[in-house]
Design a protein around this ligand. Structure first.
Ligand SMILES: NC(=O)c1ccc[n+]([C@@H]2O[C@H](COP(=O)([O-])OP(=O)(O)OC[C@H]3O[C@@H](n4cnc5c(N)ncnc54)[C@H](OP(=O)(O)O)[C@@H]3O)[C@@H](O)[C@H]2O)c1
Length: 244
């Protein structure tokens, strides 16, 4: 049985929801070093304390570290990867905020097809996919390691996953998990009534008639890290959502 023994795993967005469940599952799979990163230092400290105490209670030897990193800040991402050095796996558990600041686009680029994404009047635009590319470039991933992305609304991530897998082969594998509806804190930002309505509707669209748990999703990320022959794949984990 493959474990994550002697491996270092970085979880970007590892303080909540899917990311925290992945961090916990990684610890339980005997990774030797787990680094969780997010933007709020209080969240990072709380989760690191929680993981360290879980490790102690269950006699797990993995070392846990936290880093406060703002994903929209390219300099901070570069600095983070330079500071942590070589790692085995990088999980991007949050995709929605994973965007460096707007890029300046020249007038000619604007006219000839560039910068499709929300260009504003001064020629800047936000870019959905650049953050993922930045991680692929900056992370120092050891041979045999992997990157695992998380899809949200960004459908073109499938192409990016395959493209990065081609570019980084044969050294690093790249895969993407596409979660269905999962019961995480992400649902807490809306009113209870609307939340109940949306949860009921989401569950109706799933063959299993329920939402997923973060722990169930974490299993898919473990698979993506551990299975050394999995590469360039898009894994849908949604309880049969497309079939309902
Ligand atoms: N839950 C679902 O039903 C579902 C379904 C499909 C896809 N997804 C996708 O899965 C991803 C994770 O979902 P989730 O429910 O686990 O979300 P979540 O609970 O909100 O977790 C997001 C994580 O990212 C970190 N983060 C947010 N903004 C950041 C920033 N600007 N810089 C650095 N870190 C940042 C958060 O920590 P801080 O706040 O401390 O920064 C937290 O650790 C989301 O991107 C979502 O699109 C979720």
């Amino acid at each position: 049985m493959t474990s994550l023994r002697n491996q270092t795993v970085v979880i970007l967005g590892g303080t909540s929801g899917l990311g925290f469940a992945i961090a916990l599952a990684t610890l339980q799979s005997h990774a030797s070093h787990i680094i969780v990163a997010a933007s709020t230092s209080a969240h990072v400290s709380r989760i690191v304390d929680r993981l360290i105490s879980t490790a102690k209670d269950h006699h797990l030897s993995g070392a846990v570290q936290g880093r406060t990193v703002e994903f929209t800040n390219e300099e901070q991402i570069n600095h983070f990867f330079a500071e942590i050095g070589d790692v085995d796996h990088v999980i991007i558990a949050d995709n929605e905020t994973f965007k460096p600041p707007p890029v300046q686009v020249s007038a000619s680029t604007r006219v000839f097809g560039g910068g499709r994404n929300s260009l504003n009047s001064n020629g800047s635009g936000s870019h959905e996919y650049w953050g993922f590319g930045l991680v692929a470039r900056q992370a120092r991933i050891k041979t045999g390691g992997s990157i695992c992305l998380t899809a949200g609304k960004n459908s073109a991530l499938e192409g990016l996953t395959r493209g990065l897998a081609v570019d980084l082969a044969p050294v690093v594998r790249v895969n993407t998990i596409v979660p269905g509806s999962v019961l995480t804190d992400v649902w807490d930002g809306i009113t209870p009534d609307l939340r109940d309505q949306l949860l009921t509707r989401s569950a109706e669209g799933v063959l299993l008639e329920r939402l997923g748990t973060p722990e169930e999703l974490a299993e898919a990320y473990l698979f993506a890290m551990k299975c050394g022959f999995l590469n360039g794949e898009i894994i849908h984990v949604n309880g049969g959502q497309k079939l309902a």
